[in-house]
Design a protein around this ligand. Structure first.
Ligand code: KG4
Ligand code: ZN
Length: 335
């Protein structure tokens, strides 16, 4: 079974070829043009997807030495994401599906992040806690099986990725802010400032990062430019540490509350090097099977779209329901 995966939910144009669940190719084109605007411009993102998608599909096919006529099904993200970007990917996929007379499998982007943790992970098994830390979501799910998910922790305002991006903006760093703060913090003093570790009194399992971002804003407003420039990496590292501590604090609460051995962490923020090293420091000697998604599958990619489509088919004994009427859903959730 050969599946073509397509992902265009935000500013990555990506295509993959998945054969019997294995990733043969995963081409990701990150639209650099948004850097000059300090964030993703939706209209530009749609146009870029439109321009790049055929090129990226061809690259994906040639890298895996697969012909278009060899493909058995097409999987594509239909939400969540930017409406224009989703429309481009979904309509392209529908056209290919009709033209090649093969089924179309619409995929939930967030669910794909969740199962990206299964790629190249020989110890992947149910049940597991899925810690989803993306640009728009910070959630912990109890996953008993495919399609059997229970939401344990959610975010009441800015997600962790948003906290990185907005914090980076306050610090005058480039978009996307997460990798910038990560890089800048690598040899810096994370105890330089004691930023608050946010806690939601009314729902202690949930996340909130907007207050932390405001603390950074007030701190930066209280210092002069020279001090800021001289201590930029220490300020960034202290801010990053507060985000990571908050993530790990809730993860520990979830682990204590639910008797689950397998914990898989995924989404763009899972690429953060301090998140990875501190998790290892805290849980490395425990009996938990705690693992981060492979770096190349943390941020948006089409491999996770194709692999989830394969897992869903496998789960239904390969009875494929083609769904050509699926509309894009920008605010699609997993609940
Ligand atoms: O999962 P993702 O690629 O897209 C969404 O579905 O949202 O996540 C993007 C987010 C951005 O906020 C980006 O700043 C963050 O992931 N990110 C990072 C790192 N790499 C990407 N955050 C912290 N450290 C990183 N190394
Ligand atoms: Zn994503």
């Amino acid at each position: 079974m050969i599946i073509l995966g397509i992902e265009t939910s935000c500013d990555e144009t990506s295509c993959s070829i998945i054969q019997d669940g294995l990733v043969l190719s995963n081409i990701v084109y990150t639209q650099k043009i948004h850097e000059e605007y300090g964030g993703v411009v939706p209209e530009i993102a749609s146009r870029e997807h439109d321009k790049r998608l055929p090129i990226i599909i061809n690259k994906s096919l040639s890298e895996s030495r697969i012909e278009l006529s060899d493909i058995d099904a097409i999987s594509v993200t239909y939400g969540a994401g930017l409406i224009g970007s989703l429309i481009v990917g979904l309509n392209f996929a529908k056209g290919l599906s009709i033209g090649l007379n093969i089924p179309l499998i619409p995929i939930n982007h967030l669910e794909a992040h969740m199962f990206a943790s299964s790629i190249d992970n020989p110890s992947f098994e149910y049940p597991f806690l899925s810690f989803l830390v993306t640009g728009g979501h910070t959630q912990i799910w109890l996953v008993n099986n495919m399609d059997d998910y229970l939401l344990i922790s959610d975010c009441i305002d800015d997600a962790a990725g948003e906290a990185f991006d907005k914090g980076a903006r306050i610090l005058g760093l480039r978009y996307p802010g997460g990798p910038e703060i990560d890089r800048l913090s690598s040899n810096a003093d994370s105890d330089f400032i004691d930023f608050p570790r946010p806690f939601v009194k009314s729902s202690p399992m949930d996340f909130s990062f907007s207050g932390l971002k405001t603390s950074l804003y007030y701190y930066c407003s209280s210092i002069d430019n020279k001090f800021m420039n001289n201590n930029l990496s220490n300020i960034a590292a202290s801010y990053q540490e507060a985000i990571i501590d908050t993530l790990l604090d809730k993860l520990r609460s979830a682990i204590d509350k639910y008797d689950v051995r397998n914990i898989y962490i995924s989404g763009g923020v899972a690429a953060n090097s301090r998140f990875r090293s501190k998790t290892n420091l805290l849980f490395g000697n425990s009996s938990l099977n705690i693992s981060f998604t492979d770096l190349k599958y943390c941020t948006d990619n089409a491999a996770m779209i194709g692999v989830l489509a394969y897992m869903k088919l496998e789960n239904k004994d390969f009875n494929i329901d083609s769904n050509l009427s699926q509309e894009p859903i920008p605010n699609l959730s997993l609940e």
